[in-house]
Design a binder for this molecule. Structure first.
Ligand SMILES: [Zn+2]
Length: 390
C-alpha cells in the first residue's frame, strides 16, 4: 500500500474553522451518540410516523426540486405505496357511535423495510444487478501530481430542536447550511463528488477553479429532508457516507431515499457496517466492516461505492490496506486536517496546516475540513479562498 506504513496512526486533531471549542474527537463518541439516538427513536409506532413523514417529504422535495433545480429527478424511483395510517380500530361496543376512535400508536402500520442478504465481499459479482465501478478514466501517470480541492465535512443538517442529544458541534441548522452554501455559490464555487475527485487525481486532471466537495457523514435522514433541497437550489452535489447497517432504521436514510439521492447525482459512500473504529480490529471484523458495508450499499443503490470514510477518523495501516483491498473503493477520507498547528519557535511563523491535499500516495488518507455550526459564511469563504486553484 503506498500510504500504508508504520507512520500512519490514529488522528485526534481538532482543527476546524469557525471556532469549534470541542477538544480532540473521542473515537467512539459519534457511535455512542448514534446508539443513544437509535434507542430514543426505536418505537415501531414512531417509526411508522417517520416513514410516512419521510414519504411526504420525498414527494414534496421531488416536486420542489423539479421546479427549482437543474439536477435530474430520478424517473425510475417509485415511492412506496402510501402508508395506511388511517387503519382505525373497530369501534366495538362504544356507547357513543358518533365518535370515531382516534388511531393509537399501536394501530399504525407501515410496510416492513426491505431486507437484504448479508454479502461479505467487495467482489463486483457478489451483488447481482449492481453496477460495478466503471474503469478509471485513464491509466495512472508517472510523476508527482497533487490537488488541493477542499473537502468539507458535515454530519447533521437539522434544526437543533430535532437533533436529540447529538453533539452540538456536529449539528448544523439548515439555515446555517443554506447561508454557507449561498455564500460559496455566490463567490463562484461549485461541487464535484469525491468519486469525481478520485478520477481527477488518477488521471492528473486539474478541476476548474473554485471546485469543492461536500461530504455528509453517518447517514441521518436529515441529509435527505433538509440538506438535499438546499444542495439542489445551487445545483450542488454531495457525497453521503452512510452506516450501512443502519439503512432503513428510524432516523436514518431509507433505501428509497438513497436511491433518489443517487438518481439526483449524489454519491453514496461506505462508512462501514456498524460505525466502529477500525484501528486494531481483528482481520475478519475489519474486512467485514468495510466489505459488507460496501456490498450493502451496492444492494440498496445498485452502485458499488467508490469512496470511504473512516468512522470517527480512526485508522491504522491495516485499516488503510483493507480499504485499498476493496475493489470498488478508490479514495478514503479521514476526519480533518492531518495535524493541528504546532507552537512555532519564537520568531518563526507557525507551520501551515495541510487542510486539503489529494495525491495518489495519500488517496486513502485524504484530509477534510470540518464545518461547524459557528462557521460563518465569511469564515468559510476565507478558509477556502487560498484553495481556489484546486
Ligand atoms: Zn461517522
Amino acid at each position: 500500500m503506498p500510504a500504508g506504513d508504520g507512520g500512519l496512526s490514529r488522528r485526534t486533531a481538532a482543527w476546524s474553522i469557525g471556532g469549534l471549542t470541542r477538544g480532540p474527537h473521542r473515537p467512539d463518541e459519534e457511535d455512542d451518540n448514534l446508539n443513544r439516538r437509535r434507542g430514543f427513536r426505536s418505537g415501531r409506532g414512531i417509526g411508522s410516523l417517520l416513514v410516512a413523514a419521510g414519504l411526504t417529504v420525498f414527494l414534496a422535495t421531488a416536486g420542489w426540486m423539479a421546479m427549482n433545480s437543474g439536477r435530474p429527478i430520478a424517473p425510475t424511483v417509485t415511492p412506496a405505496p402510501p402508508t395506511p395510517l388511517a387503519t382505525l380500530p373497530t369501534a366495538g361496543t362504544t356507547s357513543s357511535p358518533t365518535l370515531t376512535p382516534w388511531p393509537t400508536i399501536a394501530s399504525l402500520t407501515a410496510p416492513p423495510p426491505p431486507s437484504y442478504p448479508l454479502v461479505n465481499s467487495c467482489n463486483p459479482t457478489s451483488v447481482r444487478g449492481a453496477t460495478p465501478v466503471p474503469p478509471p478514466p485513464a491509466r495512472v501517470k508517472a510523476g508527482a501530481f497533487a490537488l488541493q480541492v477542499p473537502i468539507l465535512m458535515y454530519h447533521r443538517i437539522v434544526p437543533i430542536a430535532e437533533a436529540g442529544d447529538s453533539l452540538r458541534g456536529l449539528v448544523v441548522p439548515p439555515a446555517t447550511f443554506a447561508a454557507q452554501l449561498d455564500a460559496l455559490s455566490s463567490a463562484g464555487w461549485h461541487t464535484i463528488t469525491l468519486a469525481t475527485l478520485a478520477n481527477d487525481v488518477q488521471a492528473h486532471v486539474k478541476p476548474e477553479a473554485r471546485t469543492f466537495v461536500i461530504t455528509i457523514d453517518d447517514g441521518w435522514d436529515d441529509g435527505y429532508k433538509y440538506a438535499l433541497p438546499i444542495l439542489g437550489k445551487h445545483g450542488f452535489v454531495a457525497t453521503y457516507f452512510v452506516i450501512a447497517g443502519r439503512i432503513d432504521h428510524p432516523g436514518f436514510l431509507s433505501s428509497i431515499q438513497l436511491q433518489a439521492l443517487v438518481a439526483s447525482g449524489d454519491e453514496i459512500g461506505d462508512h462501514t457496517m456498524d460505525h466502529i473504529g477500525l484501528a486494531r480490529l481483528a482481520s475478519s471484523k475489519l474486512t467485514y466492516e468495510i466489505e459488507a458495508g460496501a456490498a450493502r450499499i451496492a444492494q440498496v443503490t445498485g452502485r458499488w461505492p467508490e469512496s470511504f470514510a473512516y468512522p470517527s477518523g480512526v485508522f491504522d495501516a491495516r485499516a488503510v490496506a483493507a480499504v485499498g483491498a476493496c475493489q470498488s473503493l478508490r479514495i478514503a477520507v479521514i476526519e480533518e486536517s492531518v495535524q493541528p498547528p504546532k507552537p512555532a519557535p519564537s520568531g518563526t511563523p507557525p507551520a501551515a496546516v495541510p487542510v486539503a491535499l489529494e495525491t495518489w500516495t495519500n488517496r486513502f488518507v485524504v484530509p477534510r475540513i470540518r464545518v461547524s455550526p459557528t462557521t460563518t459564511p465569511a469564515k468559510l469563504l476565507a478558509a477556502l479562498e487560498p484553495l481556489k486553484a484546486g
